[in-house]
Design a protein around this ligand. Structure first.
Ligand code: AMP
Ligand code: GLY
Length: 430
């Protein structure tokens, strides 16, 4: 067996806990560090008090601990060029370069890229000037979608049902600059109709491997009502997506994206996550993410049957074609438990009860916004607090197991959606 590797995982969400949980199962995993991590990751390794965006300190830490592989997971450090900086210092790091991650950090780049390469997406135009944006709006049908081009923590997308809402959104972003630099440019795009799904694929720049399909639930309220969140729950694989449709998505979206990024000298290494809408005219790209989704990843790690460290090493070495990635023939889901008030303002520091009883089996609980206080009580420490994941032979079985575990957990103000997976179970097969 090869030597064990010292590994540093950047980030602090449920996604990073799930990735750490899977990496820790690898026989090649040595010391495991999380920067900054959360209450759950500290049971897998060591939390290091460095922010995910403090690249100089992270490099210093990698040097000191002789880290063999760093995993750059969240969007912010990727947009800041963490991968480029680590490589300049001769450290192995998994993730896309700043240039490749532009697919996510600039919606205007992403939309123009899709147009240049004829990739299926909603009709759109980009603007920096309010009057031009307002005149274009006059020519469009409703509803219409207004997006700030930059990273805006999920707050940059407005689906306007009326002209007035759309005009106000454009003025807020372009004139009042309510989203700051993220709103220097806006995208105005056609509203797409159909089920929304998440696609994930590992890529080493040339070779790729696509995951089973999954679906997030982005709105805070049941039946997809209320404001958007980071994601309130996921299921995988989707019972309504045929193998044929997944193949079509692979050949019309995933492959041409990787090839076209290559042609533009922006080799895409890491995790490509296009969000799609399955319209009547076929799958269309809503947006690209250049990283693992959260909570998608909490669900995916329950289904992945291959050693994740082997996969990520193969990605970094450009040898993804030499590895066969296997997925368990099961269904999985994750239910997010959030703080009262999320995605608006919320209080932290509420005691979390009921998770110590759960032995890992069908159910695994991933931590997101949690931390232990001095007396070793587990406390809430963020908007999304926990991800309760479960597997089953059917989606119904996985959901029942997850909700059963959720019923034992409590903290003041706890909120979650009781309808995760419900819509998917009645979505027509395609
Ligand atoms: P985004 O940040 O681009 O993922 O947008 C947030 C959410 O807004 C998406 O998950 C969709 O549910 C919705 N959305 C964004 N763009 C469109 C569109 N063109 N048509 C319909 N829904 C959209
Ligand atoms: N699941 C939504 C996201 O990761 O962006």
């Amino acid at each position: 067996m090869q030597n064990k590797q010292q590994i540093l995982i950047i980030g602090s969400g449920g996604r990073e806990h799930a990735i750490g949980w899977k990496i820790a199962q690898s026989p090649r995993c040595g010391a495991l560090y999380f920067a900054p991590g959360n209450g759950g990751t500290q049971s897998l390794g060591t939390n290091v008090d460095i922010k995910a965006t403090d690249i100089p300190k992270l490099i210093e830490f990698a040097k000191k601990e002789q880290i063999d592989l760093t995993l750059a997971i969240p969007d912010d450090p990727l947009a800041l060029g963490i991968v480029d900086e680590f490589r300049k210092s001769d450290f192995r790091i998994w993730g896309p370069t700043k240039a490749a991650a532009e697919l996510e950090w600039s919606k205007s780049f992403a939309k123009n890229f899709m147009q240049r390469h004829n990739l299926p997406t909603a009709k759109f135009q980009t603007f920096t000037e309010i009057n031009e944006a307002l005149s274009y709006l006059e020519t469009q049908n409703l509803p219409i979608v207004i997006k700030a081009s930059g990273l805006a923590l999920g707050k940059g997308v407005i689906i306007a049902e009326t002209k007035e809402t759309a005009q106000k959104a454009l003025e807020d972003i372009l004139v009042k600059k309510v989203l700051g630099e993220a709103g220097r440019e806006v995208v105005i795009e056609e509203f797409l109709i159909g089920p929304e799904i998440s696609i994930h694929a590992f890529s080493d720049g040339k070779n790729y491997s696509i995951f089973p399909t999954s679906q997030d639930h982005k709105r805070i309220g049941e039946n997809d009502t209320g404001p958007n969140t980071g994601g309130m729950g996921t299921i995988a694989p989707l019972p309504f997506v045929s193998d044929g449709l997944l193949k079509k998505i692979e050949s019309t979206i995933v492959v041409p994206t990787i090839i076209s990024m290559n042609e533009e000298n922006k080799l895409f290494e890491g995790l490509l996550y296009p969000g799609l809408i399955l319209t009547e005219d076929g799958p269309k790209i809503l947006e690209y993410n250049a990283r693992f989704g959260d909570p998608e990843t909490q669900t995916y790690m329950r289904l992945l049957d291959t050693d994740l460290l082997d996969i990520l090493d193969a990605c970094v070495d450009g040898k993804l074609d030499q590895i066969k990635i296997k997925w368990k023939k099961l269904f999985a889901c994750t239910i997010v438990l959030a703080s009262g008030g999320y995605p608006g303002s919320y209080e932290k520091g509420k005691v979390i009860l009921g998770i110590e009883k759960e032995k890992e089996g069908k159910v695994v609980i991933f931590h997101a916004g949690t931390k232990y206080d001095e007396e070793n009580n587990l406390m809430t420490n963020g908007g999304r607090v926990l991800g309760v994941s479960a597997t089953g032979n059917s989606l119904e079985e996985a959901l029942a197991a997850a909700y059963e575990a959720v019923s034992k957990i409590s903290f003041e103000g706890m909120q979650y959606r009781r309808d995760i997976g419900k819509k998917a179970l009645s979505t027509p097969f395609r």
